[in-house]
Design a protein around this ligand. Structure first.
Ligand code: ADP
Ligand code: ZN
Length: 211
């Protein structure tokens, strides 16, 4: 399947993408993960985006489109992909539309995880991430078996620096201003599927009724 995952930061896009990946071999493409590994590797790209990301601001559309134009043409995308954190702005959505037309590809749907803000803030402040493999934990609901150590790979489990209270408020603001309009964009394009839940069974049911 070829799906865009929409929803505020902390809605569960990454978790849903990983579950859907098991289902039919589609790959998860997370622009946030791509940028974070560039920072960790200290590449030129990483240096360019570091400050914006730590503050919870978006990086430029040009930069993101450059990354995605290459990424979507890699071999593993043939089976399908789950776009997690992209597109993030109307210009990115327009550019993606053009890119897909050029590649002769069609999206199955844009799946919106429609989760209320208070739930989001609580989740994000208690979220912890493995620096090595990206596995997500939650200090309240899903703590690692050993504090600070990843169950999957043994890497360090930490709070992302864009998950401080201040950065989270900014990310939600950025989401409302720049990304929320995509819901209308995809509704108008006839692609929107909206689910008021981050539960994988609810999400699967919605997707199956659609494709
Ligand atoms: P979230 O949990 O907020 O969905 P992501 O891991 O998707 O976070 O992204 C983290 C950060 O990476 C964003 O706050 C932004 O700085 C940058 N980023 C990721 N994807 C994009 C994109 N499509 N356009 C612009 N910036 C992006
Ligand atoms: Zn790990």
């Amino acid at each position: 399947m070829k799906i865009i995952l929409l929803g505020p930061p902390g809605a569960g896009k990454g978790t849903i993408a990983k579950a859907l990946m098991q289902f039919d071999g589609s790959v998860q493409i997370s622009t946030g993960d791509i940028l974070r590994s560039a920072i960790a590797a200290g590449t030129e790209l990483g240096k360019q985006v570091e400050a914006a990301m730590a503050a919870g601001d978006l990086v430029t559309d040009e930069l993101i489109m450059g990354i995605m134009e290459q990424r979507l043409q890699q071999e593993d995308c043939k089976k399908g992909y789950l776009l997690d954190g992209f597109p993030r702005t109307i210009p990115q959505a327009e550019a993606l539309k053009e890119l897909l037309a050029k590649l002769g590809e069609k999206l199955d749907c844009a799946l919106e995880l429609d989760i209320p803000t208070d739930v989001i803030v609580d989740r994000l402040t208690s979220r912890r991430t493995c620096v090595k493999c990206g596995e997500i934990f939650n200090v309240k609901y899903k703590p690692p078996a050993v504090e600070g150590i990843c169950d999957v790979c043994g890497g360090d489990v930490v709070q992302r620096d864009d998950e401080t209270e201040e950065a989270i408020q900014n990310r939600l603001q950025v989401y409302n201003d720049q990304t929320a309009p995509l819901v209308e964009f995809y509704r108008n394009g006839g692609l929107l599927v909206s689910v008021p839940s981050s539960d994988i069974d609810d999400v699967m049911a919605a997707i199956k009724s659609r494709i």
